[in-house]
Design a protein. Structure first.
Lengths: 193, 161
């Protein structure tokens, strides 16, 4: 609880400074939350270019709203609410089709980020890629709100209460979303163990 | 999934599978798992899901993300300025005529909307005289003359009636 309050104070303090015209504080907020927002959006829309576009829009909206900002909630709750809203709109604007096309045909474009000293064989790389594709598809096939809830729970390590605030629903609704989502994922991914 | 003994909630099993359950509860659940195949399967499968999701890394962020954002912020500010600039220029160059015209419009509006009988008590006579027209003065003098003639004619001592 102490760390929550500290985080709340820190981000809110920075945002209040932004409200007062301090752009350096906006830079600090961007530095702190840039990765988590982009990674969340990437896993939601499964397209890096679209994810970065949406993240730009999310931070732009935060900056635009600086004059009316009031620290009534945790800053990340507000930020992820904006990001989720943008992601859901983007998915509904038929961008989902483009994402699926990438999943089916262009997944080889994924940059190689885990380059090790020992280069994996072609077969190992193919197995790994097939596995990754299966994971991405399993998540992509979840209903949008379930997907958002899982990503915030798993990768952002948010508590049920915070996810509820982001998704603007009750805590019990979030639990229900998560349990259904994990049940589906267990059915789709458990064989990977 | 539903634990046949109803001893544990799904939230507990999720927390346990990611090692976030409080130690005493985790020990109790470990004991329960030895005898409950349903809960044990859920925990094992959920751990497999966590591991699978851990493999999925997000790509690196493009190097110019911040630069693009700052450019977008500047363009955004520029857009507002573009909207406000004509108004600002108009006020700077023709501020006085615009202000005068605005005052005139306001005064005209107030005057035209003033009710005919506002119920305000009449002002001093001197002020009202300023509004009299020559014809009104002439008629008034004629009336006085006529009244004088009538008074004189009505006096009994003159014996004219």
């Amino acid at each position: 609880m102490g760390s929550f309050a500290a985080a709340l104070d820190c981000d809110a303090e920075l945002m209040i400074r932004v409200k007062g015209g301090d752009d350096v504080s906006f830079g600090l907020l961007l530095e702190k939350h840039r990765s988590s927002v982009i990674h969340f959006l990437y896993r939601m829309v499964q397209d890096q270019a679209v994810a970065e576009e949406l993240a730009q829009e999310a931070f732009l909206r935060v900056y635009r709203s600086r004059s009316t900002y009031e620290p009534t909630a945790k800053f990340t709750t507000w930020l992820f609410r904006i990001a989720t809203h943008l992601a859901l709109n983007s998915l509904r604007d038929n961008k989902k089709q483009r994402t699926e096309a990438r999943l089916d045909g262009e997944s080889g474009e994924e940059p190689a980020r885990e380059v090790s000293d020992v280069r994996p064989s072609v077969e190992q790389a193919m197995v790994r890629e097939a596995r990754l594709q299966e994971i991405r598809q399993a998540v992509a096939r979840l209903p949008e709100k379930q997907r958002a809830a899982v990503l915030m729970h798993k990768y952002e390590e948010m508590e049920y209460a915070q996810i509820a605030k982001v998704l603007n629903c009750s805590e019990s609704a979030v639990k229900s979303l998560l349990f259904r989502a994990y049940e589906t994922l267990r059915a789709r991914l458990a064989h990977m163990a | 999934m539903k634990c046949p003994s109803n001893a544990w909630e799904e939230a507990d099993l999720l927390a346990f599978s990611e090692n976030k359950l409080e130690a005493r509860q985790a020990a109790r659940l470990s004991e329960h798992l030895q005898s409950c195949a349903v809960c044990r399967t859920v925990v094992e499968q959920q751990r497999a899901v966590w591991e699978a999701l851990d493999v999925w890394e997000a790509p690196a962020i493009t190097a110019d993300f911040d630069r693009r954002l700052h450019r977008a912020m500047e363009q955004d500010a520029g857009r507002w300025n573009r909207w406000l600039e004509p108004l600002r220029l108009l006020l700077a160059r023709q501020g006085l005529p615009i202000a005068a015209a605005t005052c005139l419009i306001v005064v005209a509006g107030v005057v035209s909307h003033r009710p005919a009988d506002s119920g305000v008590s009449p002002g001093p006579a001197a002020a009202r005289v300023e509004n009299l027209q020559p014809e009104q003065v002439e008629h008034a003098l004629d009336d006085v003359q006529m009244l004088g003639d009538f008074t004189r004619a009505a006096r009994p001592d003159t014996g004219e009636l």
